[in-house]
Write a protein that binds this ligand. Structure first.
Ligand SMILES: N[C@@H](CCC(=O)N[C@@H](CS)C(=O)NCC(=O)O)C(=O)O
Length: 246
């Protein structure tokens, strides 16, 4: 049995605070792969110091992209099986754009945007006793600010950061067009990845120019709702199966 280590849900409106965790869980659900969820709160204990990671055949594997590759190689789990080479290449680029660029815009909108910080602080650290919650959250925020600077996004003005995020969303919207899913009649990994980011941007009660940009694309909003329904339905199926087996 695959064990998927993810953060516990901590921001109302999104299944998980991490889009990487949402993407991976969505793929496993859509592929109907039996798996056990392990809620981890300390990413430092993960093989690469980040979540998600999985335990597969006794091995701990980190990084959502590498995990997807190992699942494909070793267990044949591949939502992209029916895609052409060109579609696979587009899917690859969508995922990299989301994980390497849009992710950081999302991080800025949550951790740096002053109006949103209290909500994020409460969601991520509210379970800790006071004043520890204040101290730990302040240290974490400083580390996130440093990470944003090191990655490069933190060197831009807020306007520039949101301009870059809006351009990514516009590219996604143009690629999707009026189709239900990016490449086929059923969702592929690109759909899971897109869902992970859109529900992260649109779901929580956090306003930002990033959310405004996403809301301007009705097709992306519909895609998020469609994927959310599939995500929720697969969970129900699992719960029903568990109940029947009990
Ligand atoms: N490239 C990794 C990125 C994972 C990642 O950045 N996870 C973040 C949460 S969204 C994390 O665990 N951060 C904890 C830390 O940096 O200490 C993947 O695709 O899984």
């Amino acid at each position: 049995m695959i064990r998927l280590h993810i953060f516990p849900a901590s921001l109302r409106g999104t299944p998980n605070p991490s889009p990487f965790c949402i993407k991976l869980e969505t793929v496993l659900r859509l592929a109907s792969v039996p798996h056990e969820i392990v809620y981890a709160t300390n990413p430092a204990k993960a093989p690469k110091g980040k979540l998600p990671f999985i335990e597969l055949e006794g091995e701990r594997i980190g990084d959502s992209a590498l995990i997807l590759e190992r699942l494909r190689e070793r267990l044949g789990i591949d939502l992209d099986r029916e895609l052409s080479d060109s579609e696979r290449a587009q899917s690859h680029m969508i995922q990299r754009m989301l994980d390497e660029r849009l992710y950081w815009v999302l991080v800025h909108s949550r951790w740096i945007e002053e109006a949103n910080w209290p909500v994020v602080q409460k969601g991520f650290f509210g379970g800790m006793p006071f004043p520890l919650s204040r101290i730990v959250s302040a240290v974490a925020r400083r580390q996130v600010r440093a990470a944003l600077h090191a990655q490069g996004t933190g060197r831009h003005s807020a306007e520039e950061i949101y301009e870059l995020g809006a351009a990514d969303l516009a590219a996604l919207a143009a690629l999707l067009g009026e189709r239900e899913f990016f490449f086929a009649n059923t969702p592929s990994v690109a759909d899971a990845a897109c869902f992970a980011y859109l529900v992260s941007i649109l779901g929580p009660d956090l306003d930002s120019p990033l959310k405004e940009a996403a809301l301007r694309h009705a097709n992306l909003v519909r895609h998020m709702e469609r994927m959310h329904a599939l995500y929720a339905a697969t969970r129900q199926r699992r719960q029903i199966a568990l109940t029947l087996a009990a």
